[in-house]
Design a protein around this ligand. Structure first.
Ligand code: HEM
Length: 504
């Protein structure tokens, strides 16, 4: 008996050692992928690959890719392993241009994908692939023309009036305000008004439902961070574990909001210059083909809501924080805004907001330091040899464009931590390679809401700066600490600022 027990133990140890050896050989083989192809690459550890600090939430995704960009210094691209998956980080702006624009027909997909069965609103423009994405992009592009933006501007302007009133009411208490939350309330009001035709009243009602659901989508709890990470980095895990981009409650809420308003519009024949009106039009045009209908329609409004409010709120609040830290920049911007108001009987018209030169430079500089979505990615649809090299990107390989790395490269943006809108004056802009600065992405998949996001942010900033002095307080971070759990760039401690009403 003792003998057979020993044999069993020996057998178990032998089997375990054999399995360990297999795992070791598998990872050794896997992690030699880039070396065998002569591509410099990052150090890798068992299971995590190069991605360990990000998975363990020691750094956020943007910072991880910035670190990889810096490690690959002097090289046009740099190999990494996301867990066991080899991927390529692009550094050279010409290679980036090739992948995003010239070779779009090869690199036409993102790594993330939709999971329609369990997450019906994931069939949106951001996550759909192939022909479904292409057909949708063609249909949705006319929603965001400059002409449509102008039509929607009065809705945005109404929200900016409410934002001014909100700050005016709250600043009398002398207490600092958490600007990211205030800006998110404004941005949610803007996007729900334009995309759902609904007044969500986030600035008026502290318990507004849309703000609550918005918070849930971007609540970076450990589980929510895992859901985001798997959606972007491990789509297979999303499928196996049924993790969701939109929770069942959010889906139910957005569906109801969308269909109730659509029904009311159709029954009462209400016409409004907004995104919902254009979606109704598309639905009716597509009715015979039975294409754009049901959840596919709601999914588009849902992604406009999600992509729209968080990005705009972050950009507005990061800008105000930087302007509070450097009051002379704030004074210059205020002068530009007041000059425009003087020429327009105290008003801020659409074209003037869109074209204000310094305001534009300020917003672009914020998006350099804080590209809200800090990476772009594309997947190779076929084997592709990088021009001028003998390196093949194999079909199915993901390439990453590390926006934070590019935007903080001291060779292109000297003293990159210093906030300086002059980097975006005409002369400096012309002197740079345009693909070193890509806050909205590039090529046919670039951000469809770029114009909308910019006008929403600029309208908020112009209204605030014209009416309030924005200053720092004890809680304002001198140097922003990014939230390591967030897939997007977000301050870990919030953005507290003080507002003082100006007397003109
Ligand atoms: C400051 C504001 C914003 C920033 C910085 C931003 C940034 C981005 C970036 C970097 C991408 C990926 C582009 C690529 O892969 O090349 C993107 C895509 C997208 N954005 Fe935005 N965005 C902003 C505002 C908005 C707004 C307001 C909306 C909607 C109303 C929106 C809707 C989308 C959609 C639907 C996509 C996917 C486009 C496609 O794949 O065809 N974004 N955005």
């Amino acid at each position: 008996m003792v003998l057979s027990g020993d044999f069993l133990l020996l057998g178990a140890i032998g089997l375990a050692s054999f399995l360990l050896l297999l795992v070791h050989l598998y990872y050794r083989h896997r992690f030699s992928y880039w070396r065998k192809r002569g591509v410099p690459c990052a150090a890798s550890t068992f299971f995590f690959g190069s991605y360990k600090d990000c998975v363990l939430q020691k750094e956020c995704v943007g910072q991880f890719f910035q670190r990889m960009y810096n490690e690959g210094s002097g090289k046009p691209f740099f190999g990494i392993y996301v867990f066991n998956r080899p991927a390529l980080v692009l550094r050279d702006p010409d290679v980036i241009k090739t992948i995003l624009v010239k070779e779009f027909n090869t690199f036409y997909e993102r790594h993330a994908s939709s999971n329609v069965r369990t997450d019906p609103l994931s069939q949106n423009l951001f996550l759909l692939k192939g022909a479904a994405w292409r057909a949708l992009r063609v249909k949705l592009t006319p929603i965001f023309t400059s002409f449509r933006m102008k039509q929607m501007f009065s809705l945005i302007s109404d929200c900016a009036d409410q934002l001014r009133e909100y700050i005016e009411k709250n600043c009398t208490t002398g207490k600092p305000m958490e600007m990211k939350d205030v800006a998110a309330k404004y941005a949610t009001d803007v996007i729900t008004s334009c995309a759902f035709g609904i007044k969500s009243n986030c600035l008026l009602d502290p318990n507004a439902e849309f703000r609550e659901f918005g918070r849930q989508i971007f609540n970076f709890s450990v589980f929510r961070s895992f859901e985001f990470m798997s959606a972007f980095m491990l789509p297979l895990v999303t499928k196996l574990m049924n993790t969701k981009f939109f929770s069942s409650e959010t889906t139910k809420f957005l569906r109801k909001a969308f269909w109730d308003t659509m029904k009311e519009r159709e029954e009462k024949n209400i016409q409004r210059d907004d995104i919902l009106q254009l979606l109704i039009q598309l639905k009716n045009e597509d009715a015979k083909a039975h294409k754009l209908k049901g959840d596919l329609l709601v999914a588009q409004a849902a992604i406009f809501f999600t992509a729209g409010f968080e990005s705009s709120a972050s950009t507005t609040s990061f800008t105000l924080c930087e302007l509070a830290l450097q009051p002379h920049l704030q004074s210059r911007l205020r002068q530009e805004v007041l000059d425009v108001m003087e020429r327009n009987q105290g008003k801020l018209p659409y074209e003037d907001i869109r074209d204000m030169e310094y305001l534009n430079m300020v917003v672009l500089e914020t998006l350099r330091k804080f590209p809200v979505l800090p990476i772009l990615d594309r997947v190779a649809g076929r084997d592709f040899v990088i021009p001028g090299t003998n390196v093949t990107i194999q079909k199915g390989t993901t390439v990453y464009i590390p926006l934070l790395g590019l935007h903080m490269d001291p060779d292109v943006f000297p003293d990159p931590d210093h906030y300086d809108p002059e980097r975006f004056n005409e002369e400096n802009r012309k002197a740079r390679h345009p693909f070193m600065y890509l806050p909205f992405g590039e090529g046919p998949k670039y951000c469809i809401g770029k114009g909308f996001g910019l006008i929403s942010v600029k309208t908020a900033l112009a209204n605030i700066i014209a009416n309030f002095e924005v200053s720092t307080c004890a809680e304002t971070p001198k140097r922003l600490q990014l939230n390591p759990k967030a897939m997007i760039l977000a301050s870990i401690a919030g953005l507290y600022l003080k507002f003082t009403k100006l007397k003109h």
